[in-house]
Design a protein around this ligand. Structure first.
Ligand code: TYC
Length: 126
């Protein structure tokens, strides 16, 4: 599995021990224990845009099918997004937490490859 560049722990934020997780025994002697640390300020998982890129070869109908199948768009919405990408070069298919966005990108790229289309999809921090 590829190491992913986005979900590294934020080491700039200090972690503190949760109350009551002192691992020393009753006599204050050192003991082996589970280090249970909680983040002082829990963070919302970051969101990622899934972007579709234009190319000169993938059929419009195929792009519409992809948007319907993997992004649950209806025909009208999928056609609008496809035409936006066709005219502007790039467009947003959806915004998701990292792991879901990465899965969508892989699904689209696999499906395009299986059908021998050069369609490209990527993700970007929202
Ligand atoms: N430009 C392609 C064509 O003219 C259509 C297309 C649209 C391709 C969107 C990719 O993400 C894309 N057949």
């Amino acid at each position: 599995m590829r190491a992913e560049p986005f979900d590294q722990p934020d080491l700039s934020v200090p972690l503190r021990c949760a109350e009551g997780d002192d691992t020393r025994g009753p006599g204050g002697d050192d003991q082996v224990g589970i280090a249970t640390k909680t983040r002082a300020k829990p963070k919302k998982p970051s969101q990622f845009k899934v972007l579709m890129l234009n190319d000169d070869y993938t059929p419009m109908e195929f792009v519409v099918m992809v948007l319907k199948r993997f992004f649950h768009m209806d025909l009208e919405q999928a056609t609008r997004v496809m035409l936006h990408v066709h005219q502007r070069g790039v467009g947003v298919c959806g915004v998701y937490p990292y792991e879901i966005a990465e899965t969508k990108v892989n699904q689209v790229m696999d499906f395009a490859r299986q059908n021998q289309h050069p369609l490209q999809c990527t993700l970007e921090k929202a």
